[in-house]
Design a protein around this ligand. Structure first.
Ligand SMILES: NC(=O)CC[C@H](N)C(=O)O
Length: 631
């Protein structure tokens, strides 16, 4: 990926089903759970580097003993390290002060922080609110009543945050912040309070004392009902994980499965996380034992260790985000690896066409690191093509002689490591400036890999803004003097903003959008069309069905016209070589990634009403020249 996009968060919820002594005895450490969480978070680092957080709950503590621990770090890019350094130091220091805790579990629970049975971790790329420590998950809603303590961490973005916020005010609340995680948490918290109150009233009527009621509340608390009430009006993509003070754990997934969640359990642990491959590695769990949490369902682990799923929302048509497969998730998941390779392979024909099938004078490379797997797929396609042409040539030979065969078999696909990704250089300037500065310094090239008579094909997994390509990569590649540079995008043209978790909220930032605008300007219909779309956006109702008015912009403009214009925009300044950009087709995307049908950023087909609203808002921002995220 040449453009950086802030995007997903990663969650991991872990419940140790055996007593803590069990893990000490079997694995030699009381910190077994924490170590597993550390690994799970590290392996989901790709999903969030603005901050990281951890919370845990100790089961069955005595009144007055701390049973909730939480730590958070906002050290950008090193948050996980910093977080676990702190956790480990705190634990070691406490063991030094209370050495007897190493022998007696009751003492350990009393004195040593973080070591608990229910654990929750989060890696964050923020989409709402800034990157201050307060916005790092897990969020905590504390109460003196154990059951009302709520800890929340999520991978989510709601399209109707304003309405949600207003709904809280209508419920009589006075939210302390407008950050989306607070809104979500307060909503759940409101119905949790309500449920606990009701259960307590029932128990009182049944003659139980307050103390006797406590364990019964835990038993009778139906999390799925609380979540059903809380999520009734949520419009967005979400995986919300939570812990209740007494030790219940839950993970809820949105009804069309936009955001991913996987789970695994055996007799020792239950783990739910954003990605499957980390679970496979960290728990040495075979692929087929890890399941996807069905959309609209909540996965619950009760304090008792009972595990079950409940339907919370009516499941809709699968709209799992295809960007998860293209870029966000780690490529070592067996399915994702296969899909990315397929995406690369499906570009073979277009790539060959772009270089007139001249393999002798074409060098192939990729933009590190996330495009590597695609590249292997393209190579397979090219190798097949080469083998076919070799076969044809051999069949054409009347008498196969050694010289002719040598010539045929000496043909190779020329692979070189051309672009090199630089290590991140940290600066002290503000984020936007930082981004621009980094862009022009983020890639280098290997000299001597390309001749002036060569075409240079470089694979990129997706092109969002095209800024790094334009400002850095193409300029660097051009220094090698190739006659033609072909940039291949594994993803289709990104034409619409995302609103379910990816930081692509401004239309003007998308190079495919800018290219289309340029085309309309050239054709002389820009001003009228812009006005029409703007008026159409304004005429959409506040509630009820809303259409995506931005779609009109792409009518009558072919994919190829947009690709050619993108090529022109990217190479406008200072590029000597002929530049061609090739994008994946949406059809091929679905062929390669059949399980992830969410494609709104390419097609404008938003799966929820909120998505259409955001697209229209983004256009209004563009029209008015506002440099704002549509949310
Ligand atoms: N990327 C995410 O899932 C972000 C979660 C949440 N919206 C936040 O900004 O903290």
């Amino acid at each position: 990926m040449s453009d950086f996009i802030g995007h997903e968060c990663g969650v991991c919820a872990l419940r140790l089903l055996k007593p803590l002594e069990y893990y000490k005895h079997k694995y030699g450490s009381f910190t077994y759970g924490i170590d597993k969480m550390h690994l799970m978070m590290e392996k989901q680092k790709n999903r969030g580097q603005d901050g990281a957080g951890f919370a845990s709950i100790k089961l069955d503590t005595q009144p007055g003993e701390r049973y909730i621990s939480r730590a958070r770090s906002k050290s950008k890019h090193t948050a996980i390290e910093t977080l676990f350094d702190k956790i480990k130091t705190d634990i070691e220091t406490s063991f030094e002060v209370f050495p007897e805790s190493k022998k007696d579990i009751a003492t350990l629970k009393k004195h040593i922080p973080y070591i608990g049975e229910a654990l929750l971790g989060h890696v964050r790329y923020g989409t709402s609110g800034g990157n201050n420590k307060e916005n790092i998950h897990p969020f905590l809603r504390q109460n003196n009543w154990m059951h009302r303590n709520l800890i929340v961490a999520g991978n989510f973005n709601m399209t109707n945050l304003q309405d949600q916020f207003q709904a809280l005010i209508n419920l009589g609340q006075h939210p302390k912040e407008k950050v989306d995680t607070v809104t979500v948490m307060e909503k759940i918290g409101h119905f949790l309070d309500d449920a606990v109150n009701k259960i307590y009233k029932d128990l009182k009527a049944e003659g139980y004392s307050k103390r006797e009621a406590s364990p019964l509340i835990a038993e009778r608390l139906h999390i799925h009902k609380i979540l059903k009430r809380s999520s009734k009006d949520w419009d967005g993509g979400y995986v919300i994980a939570g812990l209740l003070g007494h030790g219940d754990m839950f993970v809820l997934r949105d009804p069309i499965g936009i955001r991913p969640a996987y789970y695994y359990h055996d007799e020792e642990v239950v783990v739910i996380a954003s990605e499957r491959a980390p679970i496979q590695t960290v728990f040495n769990a075979p692929f087929e034992t890890i399941c996807e949490l069905p959309p609209g369902k909540v996965f619950i682990v009760k304090k008792t260790g009972d595990i079950f799923q409940k339907k919370v929302l009516k499941r809709g048509e699968n709209k799992a985000c295809s960007f998860e497969r293209i870029y966000f998730s780690r490529a070592n998941d067996t399915e994702i690896y296969r899909e990315r390779k397929k995406l690369g392979q499906l570009q073979t024909h277009e790539v060959l066409k772009a270089v007139d099938s001249d393999l002798e004078n074409t060098v192939f490379s990729f933009i590190p690191n996330t495009s590597e797997t695609y590249f292997y797929g393209l190579l397979e396609g090219l190798q097949n093509h080469l083998a076919d042409s070799q076969k044809e040539e051999i069949l054409k030979l009347k008498i196969p002689d050694e010289k002719a065969l040598n010539t045929i078999f000496s043909r190779r696909i020329r692979i070189e490591k051309v672009p090199i990704k630089e290590a991140k250089v940290r600066t002290f300037i503000s984020e936007d400036l930082d981004r621009d500065f980094m862009v022009t310094n983020s890639y280098d090239i290997t000299y001597g890999t390309v001749k002036p008579t060569d075409n240079l094909v470089v694979f990129d997994d997706s092109i969002v803004r095209g800024t790094t390509l334009k400002k850095n990569i193409l300029r660097m590649l051009d220094r090698l003097n190739p006659k033609k540079i072909v940039i291949v995008s594994g993803a289709p043209q990104i034409r619409y903003p995302d609103c379910y978790g990816i930081d692509m909220a401004k239309l003007k930032d998308l190079v495919a959008f800018t290219a289309t605008i340029e085309l309309h300007k050239e054709r002389g219909n820009y001003t009228t069309l812009k006005e029409e779309i703007y008026q159409d956006c304004l005429s959409q109702p506040d509630s009820g069905e809303v259409k995506n008015c931005v779609k009109a912009l792409y009518e009558g403009v072919s994919d190829e016209d947009i690709s050619d214009k993108v090529s022109e925009i990217l190479s406008k300044e200072h590029i000597k070589a002929d530049v061609k950009v090739i994008f994946q087709s949406v059809r091929n995307l679905h062929k390669a990634c059949p399980k992830n049908k969410g494609d709104w950023y390419f097609t404008g087909n938003y799966p929820t009403n909120g998505g259409n609203k955001i697209a229209n808002k983004a256009f209004v921002n563009y029209y008015k020249g506002f440099d704002l995220r549509a949310e």
